[in-house]
Design a protein around this ligand. Sequence first.
Ligand SMILES: NC(=O)c1ccc[n+]([C@@H]2O[C@H](COP(=O)([O-])OP(=O)(O)OC[C@H]3O[C@@H](n4cnc5c(N)ncnc54)[C@H](O)[C@@H]3O)[C@@H](O)[C@H]2O)c1
Length: 368
Amino acid sequence: MVAKNVRVGVIGAGLIAQVAHIPAYIEAGAEVIGISDIVESRLKQVAKKFSISKTYTNYKDLLANPDIDAVSICTPNYLHAQMTIDALNAGKAVLCEKPMAMNSREAQSMFEASQKAGKLLMMGFSNRFRGDAQKLKQFIDEGKLGKIYYAKVGYMRRRGTPKGWFTVKKESGGGPVIDIGVHVIDLTRYLMGNPKPVSVSASTYKYFPDYRIDGVYPWESSDVKEGLRDGKENDVEDLANAFIRFEDGSTVFVETSWAANIEADRFYIDLLGTKMGGRIDSYNPIHKGSKNNEGSIFLYGEEMNSLVNYEVKTPEVRSHFEEVRYFVGLLKDGKPDSLETAKNGVEIQKILDAIYKSAETGKEATVK
Ligand SMILES: NC(=O)c1ccc[n+]([C@@H]2O[C@H](COP(=O)([O-])OP(=O)(O)OC[C@H]3O[C@@H](n4cnc5c(N)ncnc54)[C@H](O)[C@@H]3O)[C@@H](O)[C@H]2O)c1
């Protein structure tokens, strides 16, 4: 039997759709047959570039196309919940960009809509597909680290505040916590076996809302890139730290920034297990462009009464492309989603809510 082609629609024709979702679908052998955006010039240009036959300025018209099996939601965060729920109700499978939503109430309704519709909902937690993360997960599943009881993790940028809707709370839901912290919190919890979060103590800071540094080119929303918006509005944090407690007694300390006076950008996960420690560490000095240490994981333990360190080389993969390949694969062979990113996405969103609540009240917040 020849498997049916997966036919996809993409909602939001901005940067992540252009650099990741659309080319990744094409590479994974899916057909992108429809695209929607409210900026007509961008919509037409992207459709032409990728030979997408149907364009829609209203995403609901895309959802009404019966030929479309699945959609990617690539719009600003405040639109994720409504668009995902509408798509699921229209019978489409959904790959929704991170963060899942603006808050856990929205995230919960998205998860419930997928259950009710019996349709796949996957979140764009692309970092789970990194080569180093996959290898570390394999070692953890084989029991090499033992029980992981503490993790110190971060997603820190020296100067990398994105411009546009990202810095406007009513459109984004917050700053680095919801934009990039979400990635490292999800990946850490996944590596730890998805323990249930119970409380959070956090602080947020805002000291660099409008820096100007020669040679630093941050991620810009498409509207800012095309001069449709000045990108100056900013009412969100630029750094946060949080101490997260889980029901099984394990804890995570996380730090995340868009701007901070540190040596370099860094994405790191230090896991302490009872048998071994495991570390992922991507280090990216600003202006140099290249990444140090990506492509390795580090393990620390003891053997024959001696301390041992291992560096394990891992393949560098394009994580967004692997994420889309996984999504298309699930649709093609109808297998259940073992990563359960929607169910876990609700828990992650609860942690994000608690980070903001704790920072606001100055007290530990219960995760509900
Ligand atoms: N996984 C990652 O590493 C990663 C990286 C970057 C962005 N993202 C996520 O991707 C999403 C999009 O980010 P981006 O950088 O592409 O932003 P962007 O601003 O470049 O693109 C968003 C697009 O959505 C369009 N849009 C807005 N309202 C719409 C509507 N009602 N109907 C249809 N289209 C509409 C905009 O016109 C724009 O073209 C965000 O949720 C962001 O957090 C994820």
